[in-house]
Design a protein around this ligand. Structure first.
Ligand SMILES: CC(C)(COP(=O)(O)OP(=O)(O)OC[C@H]1O[C@@H](n2cnc3c(N)ncnc32)[C@H](O)[C@@H]1OP(=O)(O)O)[C@@H](O)C(=O)NCCC(=O)NCCS
Length: 370
C-alpha cells in the first residue's frame, strides 16, 4: 500500500464545481473564470451558480435573493449565546457553536440547499453581533431590502456602506466561496459520507478552517505586516523568519505553484482601500514582503495565496482581525455545502487506511508487574 502523507495528489471524487490550474494560476467556478466573475457578477449570482450549476435568470435571481434575505435573523438563544461569549471567545469557536445550535433548532428533514441558504444568510448576522458586542455597540437588525454584502457591512458599521465598499466585500466573498478539495471541504465530506446532517458537516468545515495553515492564515498575515511596522524592516524580518525555519504567512499553496489569482484581485482592492496612513503603510509593507518573498521562495513555487491580501482588505473594511477566518467561513459555507450535495449524489463512505508500523503479539503484562 502506498502512503500519501496529507492525501497529496489523491482525488476523492469527480466534480463539476471548481477547477484550479495551479501552474497557470487560474480558477474556475462551474467553468467561469474567477476574473470574469469578479468583474461582472455578484455574491448572490455566484452562490446560485455554485449550488445550482448554472447562472440564474433574472426571475430566479430575484427569488433567490429574497430567500436569502428572509433568512438573516437568528434565534433568541443564538443571540444570547453570542452576546455572552463575544468578549472572550475565539470568533471561530463561537461560529462553530452557533452553527451547531442552528442544527439543533432546525428539525426539518432533507432540503440540503435550503439549509445551506439558512446558514449562509445567518452567519453574517452572527459575525456582526460578535464584533458589535465586543465594541459595546447596539446590535443592528438585518435589513432584508439590502443585498447580502451591503447588509453585512451595514450590520457591522451601523450605517449604509458606499457602493464601492459593498463591491469590495462582495468580490472578496466570491473569491472565498470555493476552492475544490481543500482541508475544510474534505472535513465536511468525511462527515457527510457517513450520512450525518449538513449542519454537522459545516461544523467540521469551520473546525478545519480555523487552523493557521488554512483559513486562520489571513489574520496571521496581517499580524505579520503589523509586526514589521515599516517597509524598511521588511527585508530583515523576512530573512530572520525564513532562516529560523518559520513560514511566511499568506505564502505557499498545495495546488498553486504561482501567484494565486485571488491574491491578484485582492491586491488591487487593498491598493484601492489604501486611503489612510495606516492602511497605506501596511499595503506598502505587504508589497515589499511579496517582492522579497517571491525572490526567495518563488523558485520553489511558493507565492502569495488568497490570505496574503485578504486580511488587509477585511481590516480596511472595518473588521476586527480575529474575525477574518469567520468572514472566510461565511463565504466558504457555500462551497462546502455544494460539494456535500455533489458528493451525496454518488456517496461512498470515506474510510482511508493507515499503515501499521507498531509491534504485534505483545504479551499482556498485569499492572502490578509493569
Ligand atoms: C499552505 C501550506 C500548508 C501548503 O503546504 P504543503 O503543500 O503542505 O507543503 P509543505 O508544508 O510540505 O511545504 C513544502 C516546503 O515548502 C516550504 N514552505 C511552504 N510554505 C512556506 C511558507 N509560507 N514560508 C516558507 N516556507 C514554506 C516548507 O517549509 C517546506 O519546505 P521543506 O520541503 O524544506 O521542508 C504551506 O504553504 C504553508 O504553511 N503556508 C503558510 C500558511 C498559509 O498561508 N496558509 C494559507 C493557505 S491558502
Amino acid at each position: 500500500m502506498e502512503l500519501r502523507k496529507g492525501l497529496e495528489d489523491i482525488a476523492i471524487k469527480e466534480t463539476s464545481i471548481t477547477y484550479i490550474d495551479g501552474e497557470l494560476g487560474r480558477l474556475y467556478y462551474r467553468g467561469y473564470s474567477i476574473f470574469d466573475l469578479a468583474s461582472f457578477s455578484n455574491f448572490e449570482e455566484v452562490a446560485y451558480l455554485l449550488w445550482y450549476g448554472k447562472l440564474p435568470t433574472r426571475h430566479e435571481l430575484d427569488d433567490f435573493k429574497s430567500r436569502l434575505a428572509e433568512e438573516r435573523s437568528i434565534s433568541e438563544d443564538i443571540s444570547t449565546f453570542v452576546k455572552r461569549t463575544a468578549k472572550f471567545g475565539n470568533p471561530m469557536d463561537i461560529l462553530r457553536t452557533t452553527v451547531s445550535m442552528m442544527g439543533l433548532e432546525d428539525r426539518s428533514e432533507g432540503d440540503l440547499i435550503g439549509k445551506a441558504i439558512k446558514m449562509t444568510a445567518k452567519i453574517p448576522t452572527i459575525i456582526s453581533l460578535i464584533q458589535r458586542t465586543r465594541r459595546n455597540q447596539e446590535f443592528v437588525e438585518p435589513d432584508p431590502s439590502l443585498s447580502h454584502s451591503e447588509n453585512f457591512l451595514y450590520m457591522i458599521r451601523g450605517e449604509r456602506p458606499s457602493p464601492s465598499d459593498t463591491r469590495v466585500l462582495d468580490v472578496s466573498l466570491m473569491l472565498h466561496m470555493d476552492h475544490e478539495m481543500n482541508a475544510s471541504t474534505m472535513a465536511c465530506l468525511v462527515v457527510a459520507s457517513t450520512l450525518s446532517d449538513i449542519y454537522s458537516s459545516v461544523v467540521a468545515g469551520i473546525s478545519a478552517l480555523k487552523g493557521p495553515l488554512h483559513g486562520g492564515a489571513n489574520s496571521e498575515a496581517l499580524k505579520q505586516f503589523m509586526e514589521i511596522e515599516t517597509p524598511d524592516n521588511v527585508e530583515k524580518y523576512v530573512m530572520n523568519k525564513l532562516s529560523s525555519g518559520q513560514r511566511l504567512m499568506g505564502f505557499g499553496h498545495r495546488i498553486y505553484k504561482t501567484m494565486d489569482p485571488r491574491a491578484k484581485i485582492l491586491k488591487e482592492y487593498a491598493n484601492q482601500l489604501s486611503k489612510n496612513e495606516e492602511i497605506k503603510r501596511l499595503f506598502e509593507i505587504a508589497n515589499r514582503v511579496e517582492e522579497i518573498g517571491i525572490k526567495i521562495l518563488g523558485k520553489r513555487g511558493i507565492y502569495p495565496n488568497v490570505d496574503f491580501y485578504s486580511g488587509l482588505v477585511f481590516y480596511a473594511m472595518g473588521f476586527d482581525p480575529d474575525l477574518f477566518p469567520t468572514i472566510f467561513a461565511s463565504a466558504r459555507v457555500i462551497g462546502w455545502t455544494a460539494h456535500v450535495d455533489e458528493y451525496l449524489k454518488d456517496n461512498k463512505l470515506i474510510r482511508p487506511k493507515a499503515i501499521y508500523v507498531g509491534d504485534l503479539g505483545k504479551r499482556y503484562v498485569p499492572i502490578e508487574e509493569r
